[in-house]
Design a protein around this ligand. Sequence first.
Ligand code: GTP
Ligand code: SPV
Ligand code: MN
Length: 594
Amino acid sequence: MASSLESLNRWVEDVARLTEPAQIHWCNGSSGEIRLLTEQMLASGDLIALNEETHPGCSLHRSSPTDVARVEHLTYICTRNRDDAGPNNHWMDPAEAHAKVDALFAGAMRGRTMYVVPYCMGPIDSPISRCGVEITDSPYVVANMRIMTRMGAAALSRIEAEDSFVKGLHSTGELDPDKRFIMHFPEELAIKSIGSGYGGNALLGKKCHALRIGSWQARSEGWLAEHMLIVGIENPQGETRYIAAAFPSACGKTNLAMLIPPESYREAGWKVWTIGDDICWMKPGADGQLWAINPEAGYFGVAPGTDHKTNPNALAMIQRDTIYTNVGITADNQPWWEGLSEGQPVSDWQGRAYDPAKGPAAHPNSRFTVAAQQCPSWSPQAEAAQGVPISAIIFGGRRPSLVPLVFEARDWAHGVLVGAAMGSETTAAATGAVGVLRRDSMAMKPFCGYNFADYFTHWLSFDKPGAKLPKIFHVNWFRKGADGKYLWPGFGENLRVLEWILGRCDGTAGAEETAIGLVPGIADLNLDGLAITPAASRELLGIDEQAWQSELAAIGKYLDGFGARMPQRLKDEQRMIAEALASKPAKSIRAANG
Ligand code: GTP
Ligand code: SPV
Ligand code: MN
């Protein structure tokens, strides 16, 4: 069998023949290399220097105004059998997809440099990590990949020693939305992305590899590739436990991963340790627990809303050596976005004079790219080859009504249903309408590289003898009162909910049984010092079982939409809850009555 290096060399030659670059640069990831690349981008206007005194080493990139978010309608899973991609994905026949994009790649790199970017997703020495190579003609993508992944010489050595790697081909092409495609070929471990230079469309290690191709590999190899943050919670006794949480895009993962405990918790000795803010790879260990790594080495976080009050750790980590994309700038050249309490924008994200009538200064999906280590709460365990053991898995989304602040699934299979049934309002992280409620199973609707029905079967399969699985919970920070305002203060205060969750894992926290799961009574949550009325807390924890009956009916319909591949076990769970809601009203409203 040909070695990986031979296969890499051959692929680079083939791509060069097709795309006709002026030169080829193999990235080694060194500091000299990135210094030179940054100078070139500052000279070409790809990057704009920011205030060197307040933000040393920081720069701004303005993307094309038609290229500001992931494009789910142009993202395809190309499997030989259409059913393997499932109703949750756009599908194209692999041969047709290759022909379609190869025609766009022909000559696409003329006059440009083609960068060959070897990278490793996860610590270089971790058995859970996987490698890939991205070929791109965007120096901005190279600079981002250098922050977001372990990129360069060490990754190339690992690739040489292994027998496969993910091949990702990217070109910004003409940035024409009509000539834009994000194609995945899981059976070939390949990605072809053209026509976008933005985020998950272009940084192929992230959503394309670590989730879409990763989830496919995970199923065949017995692990999980998930759209989850990983956070360590250290209690006053000095014990740290790890939680993984799946929220859809722009629904609070980065914020929860870096939360700063409320003052009373800090004084008592609680600490929070950040492992990852977007992606989690989990594998059962010899001890039966799920062990997790963050395959990324940096954060590509949402800028708007990041402030001292909401996410002080994030604000602190982005004061130096950060790439900003599509934010506004102040008169003295500092980055600015909506929600930042200091400074005034003079230019908006498109470089126009700031005019509130023309919209926000920063694009709602504007982002920062920063090395993980710069986060004040960064955990050295993020480098641990074996990963960290997961005690609890949390699902959640933006639900303005119905869904309580927190509830616990009775067991693993119920938890899988809770994840599968997740719904959330859409956000600016993807092109399209914002604020529309849609099902987003496990926050993976845009990212699962295969049929959701098979994915749920895979999740269910972890429940086997000897497994010491995490408990599963659902949270909702976004429930609104009659006045349209959030009922829950969120952000740092979310630790109060995490404390209850960990208390449930220990068996020390109380809960009330309802048809939808175990809900804390008001006395089970620590609400000391919170300016929240008893009526609001009752509303936050309350269950309107009539509304839940319609929700369960909608969930049943959603599951049926996947046809014969949908596991019966999940349908049974749905039916059991629907029946319990219909037959046990007295018990299920206990939480609502406090
Ligand atoms: P992706 O990077 O797109 O996957 O997003 P994410 O899940 O990491 O979301 P992020 O933490 O960046 O939060 C997105 C938005 O939600 C920001 O504007 C936050 O201010 C807001 N947000 C985060 N946590 C909370 C919370 O607890 N309560 C409220 N009300 N808003 C929150
Ligand atoms: C998301 O949309 O979930 C993100 C941003 O984390 S992107 O990298 O564009 O996918
Ligand atoms: Mn994300």
